[in-house]
Design a protein around this ligand. Structure first.
Ligand SMILES: [Zn+2]
Length: 255
């Protein structure tokens, strides 16, 4: 059974979808937030406010995920590779490219441009924070600025750390993270693509096993879920590259 995705909109000629399982993340964080707020004796209105703040934060983080995916998709376009669509899943986003770029160097640049967008967001946030802090120091009587820094400070601090986490997460050299693609691209500069993918997929699966075992032993429930996601991503990638290579080999040339 294929679960549905819903179209959010279209930007730069690429459709952005959200997978129905994305709702899980909203409920996973929203329900405990509501329960906690009610246990703390907050009114329905205030509890609703605190859930709405949390959902705004999740949506803000996922806007960064969408921009990250556009970093891949628009770079791929420059190298002549189209994007089928961008889909948001509870665990992150995926820019589904029509094919893997022929040149390993192009794949490497496409993979790096996603985290590069997160780095850009971090630098912009730091610059805005620096300017606001500077104005605040020089105009302590500016009540509107102090107030908005108090209201938005926490939100943007979380967005900042979410972007740091996205970079760190994607440094892991395992499919389907960007680090896995960088590893494959580096290996493909020396070996053929199928061999390079198999090796990168093997590294990803070893990491998935370590992550899963550690998650079970340390009762960090989300780690086995990520491990499963990594394992499936690696298997899928290896199968896709083998299929592509066999098609290239067996398909008769069109005259
Ligand atoms: Zn990425």
């Amino acid at each position: 059974m294929k679960l549905p995705s819903y179209r959010l909109g279209r930007l730069w000629g690429i459709d952005v979808f959200v997978h129905c399982t994305f709702l899980i993340i909203l409920l996973y964080y929203g329900i405990p937030e509501w329960t906690e707020a009610k246990n703390a004796g907050l009114s329905n209105r205030d509890a609703f406010h605190s859930v709405a703040n949390l959902i705004t934060l999740i949506c803000g983080i996922f806007c960064c995920v969408v921009l990250h995916e556009y970093g891949h998709a628009l770079t791929a376009r420059r190298f002549g590779v189209g994007t089928v669509n961008i889909t948001l899943y509870p665990i992150g986003g995926v820019a589904l490219l029509k094919n893997i770029p022929e040149k390993p160097m192009h794949e490497l640049i496409i993979a790096v441009m996603g985290p590069a967008v997160n780095l850009l967001i971090i630098l912009i946030l730091l610059a805005v924070y620096g300017v606001a802090h500077f104005i605040n120091l020089n105009q302590p009587q500016n009540a509107a600025l102090t107030q908005s820094m108090m209201v938005w400070g926490g939100f943007f601090r979380n967005i900042f750390w979410a972007n740091v986490a996205m970079i760190v997460f994607n440094l892991i050299p395992a499919f389907p993270m960007d680090g896995g693609r960088v590893l494959r691209a580096l290996l493909a500069m020396k070996y053929d693509r199928v061999r390079a993918t198999d090796f990168a997929a093997f590294v990803a699966k070893c990491l998935a096993v370590c992550m899963g075992v550690y998650g079970f032993m340390s009762h960090r429930d989300f780690l086995p879920i990520i491990a499963l996601f990594v394992w499936m991503g690696a298997t899928q990638e290896a199968a896709f590259v083998r299929y592509q290579a066999s098609r290239k080999y067996h398909e008769p040339e069109l005259e």
